[in-house]
Write a protein that binds this ligand. Structure first.
Ligand code: B16
Ligand code: MG
Length: 217
């Protein structure tokens, strides 16, 4: 009957969107077109396959299945070259304070990410061992807004969904948390994340008072 916390990775704990953008943009450029940082927003929380489908639509391109898979592999290799340079200085401000508090109070917390690279990234930023459970793109069959990723995380933490608090930067992720009947905390723009139960621009805006309130509810 205890509370548990679930964190998305990209856009919540680290800002890897900038690396995804560079790698996807190179792919688009190599195929002869370009897209904007604004369009890149639409790729947040979206799986690798679905991201490439969207990008190809923007460029009016069609690829054979073989070429699609080859391009995806190239993109990931390129993305991982940026990830390889990451260290714990990439952890977004305000995040360590919250994780420290949860550990000090024995509140279990998990990662719930769409990324297949989540474990690699957590190791690079030295957070891998601190999560009580990790659920990522290799563990799920249904993408956000399906709540599968968060429901598996809740199960691993031995917590009821209604006792889970989810931190998410994407609309699809907030919807997933809501469908899963969890408390949803949006990290980003209030206008974009209006379906969330609470929204903060970033973790520096989250006071420990607020975390304590969540724990009492
Ligand atoms: P990968 P999250 C998501 O991670 C990203 O927001 C999204 O932009 C990315 O396409 C997706 O992971 C898949 O990532 O190519 O590494 O498997 O926000 O759910 O932590
Ligand atoms: Mg995210």
């Amino acid at each position: 009957n205890h509370k548990a916390f679930i964190f998305d990775l990209d856009g919540v704990i680290v800002d890897t969107a900038k690396f995804h953008f560079l790698a996807w943009r190179k792919l688009a450029n190599d195929l002869g077109f370009d897209f904007t940082e604004e369009q890149n927003e639409q790729l947040k929380g979206v799986s690798r396959v679905e991201s490439l489908k969207k990008i190809l639509k923007w460029g009016n391109k069609e690829l054979s299945e073989e070429e699609f898979n080859r391009q995806m592999a190239i993109k990931n290799e390129n993305y991982l070259s940026y990830v390889d340079e990451m260290d714990k200085s990439e952890i977004l401000p305000g995040v360590p304070k919250v994780l420290d508090y949860l550990e000090e109070h024995d509140i279990p917390f998990a990662l719930g990410s769409a990324s297949k690279n989540a474990r690699t990234i957590l190791k690079k930023i030295d957070l891998y061992k601190r999560f009580d459970a990790i659920v990522d793109g290799t563990d799920v069959s249904k993408a956000k807004p399906d709540p599968e990723v968060f429901l598996i995380a809740a199960k691993k933490l031995n917590a009821r969904p209604e006792n889970c608090v989810v931190f998410e930067d994407s609309v699809a992720g907030i919807q997933a948390a809501n469908i899963g009947e969890m408390t949803s905390i949006g990290i980003g723009d209030k206008k974009v994340l209006q379906e969330a139960d609470h929204v903060f621009a970033d973790f520096t805006e989250i006071e420990i008072d607020f975390i304590e309130k969540l724990l009492r509810n």
